[in-house]
Design a protein around this ligand. Structure first.
Ligand code: GDP
Ligand code: MG
Length: 313
């Protein structure tokens, strides 16, 4: 935590107004929460994939604008939990609704205006005002269809505000930010102005590799995989970064799939991850990947902790 700013000695009415607070993004899996977070931040922080349940941890993304700081909390989607990893993900999503200043419920414009029971129950526990982000409006050809949809949402919940938007195209995202700024309490910034996230660099690196696993492998494999960065050496500011990371799977057969014939799948994962990491860090990246088996890690408390799936406050 940064030190509080020095007390202002000027008259109260001359003191600049500053707002700061937490905003959580919740919703069903695959509605575009991580895409929206990246768009709000103007930078790719959270991983995105066409498959459901890609995000596992809570990710804070910090946006500092003149006079305000918004701390966005991206979460795993709200869905009934299965298994120990599933319970961790559901608890993480539920926790994100407590002690925040605003909640953004993300839904899709291509679906009807109904809240499923898991989402409705979660909103009932939220004490903060809830804003509806009706995402993916780019998929709706006839924009007049949005009005009855918004009316439908007004009937199912007392949303503070309803904002139609497209996270991939950016339409409506400025309006959402303006609405959220108005809901933040007065207060000093919570993080230094140039901070993008509270997660360490190693987390971002591991997530980037995991995103490529989601894109390149199919069926059960990405869900049975975890990534841990064992070494990240940043030689100096301009020099290359060296990363050594392990991809953990549950069984031999999954290991064979991740490696692929002649190591081709692993090579694709590594190349795609390296490209993204080089864009992010702005320097050359050496990436060494190893595939390892950690039997049934999704059901193993100790393995879950070691692989980064532990509840934090
Ligand atoms: P999450 O599970 O809620 O975090 O969803 P993601 O951000 O991972 O996105 C799920 C899928 O929806 C991805 O394939 C995104 O590219 C896609 N998506 C997200 N936002 C939009 C949008 O505004 N329009 C369209 N057409 N697709 C979107
Ligand atoms: Mg996500």
């Amino acid at each position: 935590m940064p030190d509080p700013p020095p007390r202002s000695t000027s008259l109260p009415d001359a003191a600049p107004v500053h707002r700061a607070g937490f905003v959580s993004l919740v919703g069903r899996p695959n509605v575009g929460k991580s895409t929206l977070l990246n768009r709000l931040l103007g930078q790719k922080l959270a991983i995105v994939s066409p498959k459901a349940q890609t995000t596992r941890n809570r990710i804070r993304g910090i946006r500092t604008v003149p006079g305000a700081q918004l701390v966005y909390v991206d979460t795993p989607g709200l869905h009934p939990p299965h298994g120990k990893l599933g319970r961790f993900m559901a608890a993480t999503a539920a926790q994100a609704l407590e002690a925040v200043d605003a909640v953004v419920l993300v839904t899709e414009a291509s679906a009807p205006a109904v809240l499923d029971p898991t989402v409705a129950a979660a909103l009932d526990t939220a004490r903060a005002p809830v804003v509806l982000a009706l995402n993916k409006i780019d998929l709706v050809r006839d924009r007049t269809r949005l009005l009855p949809l918004l009316d439908g949402y007004r009937r199912v919940y007392a949303f503070r505000e309803l904002v139609p938007l497209s996270a991939t195209q950016g339409t409506g995202v400025d309006r959402l930010e303006a609405v959220l700024l108005g809901l933040l309490p007065l207060g000093p910034a919570l993080y230094p102005a140039d901070t993008l996230t509270d997660q360490p660099e190693t987390f971002f690196v591991a997530e980037t590799i995991r995103e490529k696993l989601f894109l390149v492998t199919r069926h059960e494999v990405p869900y049975a995989s975890a990534v841990r960065v064992d070494q990240l050496v940043d030689r100096d500011a301009q020099g290359p970064i060296y990363v050594r990371a392990g991809i953990f799977v549950e069984r031999e057969s999954q290991k064979a799939i991740v490696i692929g014939a002649g190591g081709r799948t692993l090579k694709r994962i590594g190349q795609a991850a390296r490209r993204d990491l080089e864009t992010f860090f702005g320097v050359q990246v050496y990436l060494e990947l190893q595939v390892r088996i950690r039997r049934d890690w999704r059901q193993d408390d100790r393995a879950l902790r070691e692989l980064g799936y532990q509840l934090t406050s």
